[in-house]
Write a protein that binds this ligand. Structure first.
Ligand SMILES: NC(=O)c1ccc[n+]([C@@H]2O[C@H](COP(=O)([O-])OP(=O)(O)OC[C@H]3O[C@@H](n4cnc5c(N)ncnc54)[C@H](OP(=O)(O)O)[C@@H]3O)[C@@H](O)[C@H]2O)c1
Length: 266
């Protein structure tokens, strides 16, 4: 199937907006000339400008020239900024919001009822095209859903979800990066205690997590099936693992995930 190439505006070229722009160019999903990235102070976007991206502080112009509009503003000014730009949005444009905590109902009221609207929850690994992006939508056709899924698949993997799971997706996917990094840091500290220098311990811990994740993602296995392979009877792995569990390893993770979730929903 021929790849559909649409022009894209990213309104709010901050951490996330710029990372999306970089990923879309690196993956060749779009050519730099088809991409518009806006922010008020455009100096930090020089690297994108040098690649040929249309970098501007003119949101209206960026929207007019694009078929797809990705909004990556902070939640507190989306209403004000996008409300003022409503008249620039044409009915056929696909609108995608990556803004945390703004639901589809609210996005429709900000952007206008006529347009297909998507809500996406990526994580910071989008900067290296390794995000998991949870996606829901309203008013979109099958081909629009497949286009937006393809867009985020170029930045990692996409998981379609029901909107009521968006807060849970924020915790498991976006906050999840921090939980995984804390695991790696703790493993690094353990590694130093048993003899490695910090750099080597960190490298071993990070690549071990990478390999464990790939075993599940590429091998399509259950974690316990892989654990069984390394837990020799009376061996050192099961001794360490059980000691971790006695000290609340799984339980503390589950409780932490629930605490993050309760913080969002209450
Ligand atoms: N970072 C993450 O991991 C992550 C993950 C999932 C979702 N999100 C969501 O993504 C959104 C962006 O997060 P972020 O971390 O990228 O924030 P950020 O770095 O502060 O980016 C927001 C950008 O919006 C620009 N901006 C503000 N007013 C504007 C205007 N009137 N016109 C055009 N641009 C304007 C700001 O630049 P100027 O001040 O120069 O205009 C800034 O660069 C947030 O809603 C966040 O909840 C973030």
């Amino acid at each position: 199937m021929e790849k559909i190439s649409k022009s894209i505006a990213i309104i709010g070229g901050g951490n996330l907006g710029a990372a999306i722009a970089e990923g879309l160019i690196k993956s060749k999903f779009i050519t730099p000339g088809q991409l518009y990235v806006t922010r008020r102070n455009t100096d930090p976007l020089k690297h994108l400008k040098d690649l040929g991206v249309n970098v501007t502080s003119n949101n209206a112009e960026a929207i007019q020239k694009s078929e797809v509009v990705i909004v990556a503003l902070k939640p507190y000014n989306v209403k004000e900024v996008m409300g003022a730009l409503k008249k620039e949005v044409s009915p056929k444009q696909i609108l995608i919001s990556v803004i945390t905590g703004v639901d589809l109902e609210e996005l429709k009221s900000i952007f206008g009822e006529r347009n297909p609207v998507f809500r996406a929850m990526p994580n910071t690994a989008i900067a290296i095209q390794q995000s998991v992006t949870c996606l829901c939508h309203r008013g979109a056709s099958d081909s629009q859903v497949s286009y937006v899924t393809d867009l985020f698949d170029n930045l990692g993997i996409t998981v379609p979800i029901d909107e009521k799971l968006m807060d849970a997706a924020t915790v498991l996917g976006a906050c999840g990066i921090a939980y995984a990094l804390r695991f790696i840091r703790a493993a690094t500290q353990g590694g130093i205690e048993i003899g490695f220098d910090a750099r080597t311990a960190s490298l071993i811990a990070a690549q071990t997590v990478n390999g464990a994740a790939e075993l599940l993602l590429k091998g399509n296995r259950h974690p316990e099936e892989e654990i069984d392979k390394v837990t020799t009877p009376k061996g050192c792995t099961i001794a360490g693992l059980n000691e971790m569990e006695h000290r609340g390893f799984s339980s503390s993770l589950i409780k932490g995930i629930s605490a993050s979730y309760n913080k969002i929903v209450h």
